[in-house]
Design a protein. Structure first.
Length: 828
């Protein structure tokens, strides 16, 4: 099965359509699908007609791919993820089909600008941040590399909330991405599944006297699949993202209805439909809500049954080939309940003996960890688990009993401390099911998402599991798809790269290294920076439209885009801005390269301090942007409603990329890769994938600062006193005290005091003050570098040239080699 030569060589798109043919299709769909005509059609109708025209090619590819996979009975990976942050699909599908230029021309000839039509599409925002976007990049790479794969997830009616600012504060509005339907999805009523929850378990004995467990569910829910075709780049494969929508199961309670209880009868429907209603907007925290557990179980159960149905079509009741045909990748622990669910199906339904069923499970599941933050590690109260999934709790107890007996006690006989640490059930006042432990025990491979993170997963999170199974643990450094994050979002740079390094780079990103030979070439430097300048001018327009702030494209565009979290330290960035502002006020001639500090971030609705940080940045921005004394040396903008589509406009325009998390906290980061790929210079800590980016681009081309992972640990061990930094550094003291006055919130002193409070009384858990001086020095270095135009251009070029490693194609190849053992399946 091992395959080291997976090819992702581009094959040309099957039948490149001419603009003329596309025009014919678009007009035909305007008439036949949209029921309108050329003169009356709205931009929305034009967009939909174009989608329908594109779908003719997409569906062709989908049919052939599915037929080929079925006929060849290929081994396939099944990516289980509660989140897919897809963004828009219009230009992505056009680029991947090789139809973008024809479509642009066709639409132009029909009197429409393709970029205006793109704006008709809502983002498909079925994810929170990095984890969900990674899943989206991975399914793009899987299709591009012709690897048989299905993505499974939930068809949320409402994706991540839309963010507005009211008087500087975040307000959340519901996201209704498919209010008027979504042209990219296909409902598959023929593949509906049913899922049970609640109820009780009965022990019965069969005729041979064997004990059997029978689960009598309290409720049955229907899962309706929606398929989103995933088009590989210039390749032949079109894979599927299958998302489940929950509905009430068919038997409507007519008795209750007929006796006038319409409300009672429809309550069950409403409750069933609630399951796929909305994406939980928390990243990196677990609230332990019952509905969340039901969401997880609902999609895992539907997906497993779907896979098994497909397997049985080829293999009947012979389970022996199952582990050869199937691998399931768990995107964090969110889908870990799939492990006891597969056990239940095999033992209770297929009458398999425990050992045989467990052997199958342990060959099928692999688990990716995305975080070490304690508050993000999932655990469910045993009490709630028992209420929702009584049979699964029994199965987990049995998995745990055997694990402690056959593994832990054999390795550490009589060591109760080891048992306590390793047990899937955490004992205590409120016993809990630890989903991380369950995932490790039930999987054949466990990986972290960057070198340093994978080491910490082993040393800090699961050291005893590593002692038991050293070969289970591995690393797969994250990556991003260069199709979306360079080719489609930065067409100017893409054309330049086509000319300089050839057109193969989108599927062979290491080819960008050829660019390094031009890093000192004055013409190339000028062209590269001219493109950056044009991209900055484009972004300046967007900034003005969205925030009303006018910014100068000649300034440094310094960008921090990611979820708002204390560990990501947007407030460190803010303190630095405040220190610069103060220097300007104290010295009107303060010499600095003008800089625009640009933020984009959503805060989880219940995360108070994160929301206070947004508010503080907005209030400081308001003051600085209007202060004539600043003479435009600083501008601060907070882009509202940061999302994939906005990222695509910001990343090509970045000069500086802020990656400033406390060392050891950011598992990998992927925004860091996208920004470097587009020629931004990173100001970053030695954390996550920043470390590997620094190795690739070299110390001259990145501004690294701050405590290392080991230094962070030492500082915590020896006792960290943030107050010492406050008292010993007058600049820190001044800016923190400033936030407490009413300078930024006239008439309302104390409105911005939450940050100071968390850094002093709160003990500054993420060491903002400890890293402040080093951060200032790194920013000073950036300022110095930027003054040397040629030197800066060289650094920017070297960033684009050296980050070929971070294509998601390489990540997927690592999964193929280290975890999945998959072969590509070429489709005609
Ligand atoms: O996963 C992120 C990490 O923080 C990043 O460092 C990493 O690059 C990325 C991809 O590996 N984790 C993340 O995005 N987590 C979540 O979004 C999340 C969502 C729900 C939840 C817990 C975490 N309950």
């Amino acid at each position: 099965m091992t395959n080291k030569t997976t090819s992702n060589k581009p094959t040309t798109a099957a039948q490149p359509l001419t603009a003329e043919q596309l025009k014919e299709r678009i007009v035909r769909h305007l008439h036949a699908t949209l029921g309108t005509d050329l003169n009356k059609a709205s931009p929305q109708a034009w967009w939909r007609a174009t989608c329908a025209a594109v779908n003719e090619s997409v569906f062709d590819g989908l049919r052939t791919t599915q037929r080929e996979h079925y006929e060849q009975d290929t081994r396939a990976v099944h990516y289980f993820s509660l989140e897919y942050l897809m963004g828009r699909l219009f230009s992505n599908n056009l680029h991947n089909l090789g139809l973008y230029q024809s479509a642009k021309q066709a639409l132009a000839e029909l009197g429409h600008d393709i970029t205006e039509l793109e704006e008709q599409e809502e983002d498909m925002a079925l994810g929170n941040g990095g984890l969900g976007r990674l899943a989206a990049c991975f399914i793009d790479s899987l299709a591009t590399m012709n690897l048989p794969a299905v993505g499974y997830g939930i068809h949320y009616e409402h994706g991540l909330f839309q963010q507005e600012f009211q008087a500087g504060r975040q307000i959340e509005r519901p996201d209704s991405w498919r209010e008027y339907g979504n042209p990219w999805e296909i409902c598959r009523p023929e593949s509906v599944q049913e899922v049970s929850v609640y109820g009780y378990v009965e022990t019965v004995y069969d005729l041979q006297g064997r004990m059997k467990k029978v689960w009598h569910p309290g409720r049955i829910i229907k899962g309706v699949p929606w398929d989103i075709p995933v088009v590989g780049y210039h390749g032949s494969s079109v894979n599927v993202l299958r998302l489940w929508e929950s509905r009430a199961s068919d038997f409507f309670n007519w008795d209750v209805f007929n006796s006038g209880g319409y409300v009672d009868a429809s309550r069950e429907n409403i409750e069933a439909e609630t399951i796929s209603k909305v994406l939980y907007p928390n990243d990196e925290t677990e609230a332990g809500k019952e509905l969340r557990l039901i969401q997880q179980y609902f999609f895992c159960s539907c997906s497993l049954k779907d896979m098994i149905r497909r397997y049985k079509r080829a293999h009947g009741d012979d389970w022996s080939q199952f582990p050869q045909q199937v691998v399931i990748q768990l995107n964090d622990t969110h889908p870990a309940v799939a492990i006891p669910e597969l056990m239940r199906i095999l033992v209770d339904r297929a009458d398999m003996v425990w050992d045989e069923a467990w052997a199958i499970c342990q060959q099928v599941f692999a688990y990716t960890n995305h975080t070490l933050l304690p508050e993000a590690l999932e655990s469910w109260s045993v009490r709630m688990f028992e209420k929702v999934l009584p049979r699964h709790l029994e199965i987990i107890y049995e998995i745990n009993r055997r694990f402690l007996l056959e593994q832990v006690d054999v390795r550490w006989p009589g060591d109760n401390d080891k048992k306590r640490k390793l047990s899937i059930i955490e004992e205590g006042h409120e016993p809990m099911v630890r989903m991380g432990h369950l995932s490790v025990v039930g999987s054949f491979r466990v990986n972290g998402v960057a070198e340093v993170h994978s080491k910490l997963v082993q040393s800090d999170l699961f050291p005893e599991m590593v002692a038991l199974w050293p070969d289970k643990f591995t690393n797969v450094t994250n990556g991003v798809t260069p199709r979306r994050w360079l080719k489609a979002c930065n067409p100017r740079l893409s054309s330049m790269l086509d000319r300089l390094v050839g057109t193969e780079w989108p599927t062979d990103l290491k080819r960008l290294s050829k660019l390094a030979a031009y890093a000192d070439d004055v013409k190339v430097q000028d062209d590269f920076m001219a493109i950056k300048q044009q991209n900055k001018a484009d972004l300046a327009k967007v900034i003005n439209e969205l925030t009303g702030v006018a910014v100068d494209p000649a300034a440094i565009f310094d960008i921090q885009i990611k979820r708002l979290h204390e560990y990501k330290r947007q407030h460190l960035n803010l303190l630095h801005i405040l220190a610069l502002y103060r220097r300007i006020l104290q010295n009107p001639d303060y010499d600095m390269v003008p800089r625009v500090f640009i933020f984009g971030a959503k805060a989880a609705p219940g995360y108070k301090l994160a929301k206070e940080i947004i508010y503080a940045i907005n209030k400081v921005a308001e003051k600085i942007n209007h202060d004539k004394r600043v003479k435009d040396r600083i501008k601060v903008v907070f882009m509202p409603n940061y999302r994939v589509t906005l990222a695509e406009k910001m990343i090509p325009a970045a000069d500086v990329s802020e990656q400033i998390s406390t060392a050891g906290k950011e598992a990998s980061g992927t925004g860091n890769m996208k920004l470097a790929l587009n020629g931004a210079i990173t100001v970053g800590t030695l954390d996550g994938a920043n470390i590997e980016i620094a190795e690739e681009v070299g110390a001259d081309n990145i501004a690294i600062f701050g405590l290392t992972v080991d230094e962070v640990k030492d500082l915590h061990r020896s006792g960290y006193h943030s107050r010492d930094y406050y008292h010993n550094n007058p600049e820190i003291k001044a800016v923190l005290d400033w936030l407490e006055t009413d300078y930024f919130t006239p008439g309302k002193p104390g409105e911005l005091s939450a940050i100071k409070h968390s850094l002093l009384e709160g003990g500054d858990p993420y060491l903002v003050l400890a890293d402040f001086e080093a951060y200032q020095a790194a920013q000073q270095q950036i300022d110095g570098w930027y003054r040397d135009k040629a030197g800066w251009a060289k650094k920017a070029i070297m960033n684009t040239a050296c980050v070929g490693k971070f294509t998601s194609d390489r990540s997927i190849q690592d999964y193929v080699d280290r975890v999945w053992q998959l072969k590509p399946c070429h489709v005609d």
